[in-house]
Design a binder for this molecule. Structure first.
Ligand SMILES: [Fe+2]
Length: 191
C-alpha cells in the first residue's frame, strides 16, 4: 500500500494529508516537482536475480533514461534472514545509515521492485512521508532535504539511478528533525 502523509514540519501530529490514492499522491508530489510513477510489478521479484530484474525493466529504464543522464544503474536489495544471528545487527546498521536528514547533489531516483521503504521529504513548512512499495518510482530532486526509513524489518528491492558513481553519498545537515516523526512502522500501524 503506497501511502502519502503530509505533516507540519514543526508539529508531526499536525497531519494535513493522508492518502493511499495513487492519483492524489502523484498530484501532491508533482506540486513540489517530485516525480512519482508506477511500473508493472513483476511477480516474486525476490526470487529473481538482479541482472534479470534489470533486463525485465529494460523498456521502462530506457524511457526514464532517455537523456542518458544516469550513468550508473544498479539494484539494492535487503531481505530478512532470521537464520542469520547477525541479521538484527545488519538490519539496524542498514536502517541507521539513512535515518538522518540529508541531501544529495543529484536526484535520488528509486524504483521499488518489491518490499517497501519510506522517504520523508522536508519541503519548507511541511514533511511529506511517502511509503513506497513494489511498483513505485520516486525521484527526489537534488538538494531536497530528506531522510529514508526502511523500517524495523528491512525488506525491499530497489533499482537505483545515479549520474555519478558516488551519487548516493549524502550531505547530512545535522538537524535531528527526523527523530520527531513517525517511523515507517508507526506510519503503517496507524489506521
Ligand atoms: Fe538520500
Amino acid at each position: 500500500m503506497t501511502l502519502l502523509q503530509v505533516m507540519a514540519a514543526d508539529n508531526p501530529a499536525d497531519v494535513r494529508v493522508r492518502t493511499t490514492d495513487d492519483a492524489v499522491i502523484g498530484t501532491e508530489l508533482a506540486k513540489h516537482g517530485i516525480t512519482f510513477g508506477r511500473w508493472p510489478v513483476v511477480e516474486n521479484a525476490t526470487a529473481i536475480a538482479s541482472d534479470e530484474l534489470l533486463a525485465h525493466y529494460t523498456d521502462q529504464v530506457a524511457e526514464l533514461n532517455q537523456s542518458g543522464r544516469y550513468q550508473h544503474i544498479d539494484v539494492a536489495r535487503i531481505h530478512p534472514d532470521d537464520a542469520d544471528p547477525e541479521w538484527p545487527k545488519v538490519a539496524e546498521g542498514a536502517r541507521a545509515k539513512f535515518l538522518d536528514e540529508h541531501r544529495h547533489a543529484e536526484d535520488e531516483v528509486r524504483y521499488f521492485a518489491a518490499g517497501r521503504g519510506c522517504f520523508y521529504l522536508h519541503l519548507g513548512q511541511e514533511v511529506l512521508a511517502v511509503v513506497c512499495e513494489g511498483g513505485d518510482l520516486l525521484s527526489v530532486p537534488a538538494g531536497t532535504l530528506h531522510w529514508f526509513d526502511m523500517g524495523s524489518r528491512p525488506d525491499f528491492i530497489a533499482i537505483r539511478f545515479f549520474e555519478e558513481a558516488d551519487g548516493w553519498v549524502g550531505d547530512f545537515t545535522g538537524d535531528r528533525i527526523s527523530a520527531g516523526f513517525p517511523t515507517l512502522d508507526e506510519l503503517l500501524a496507524t489506521s
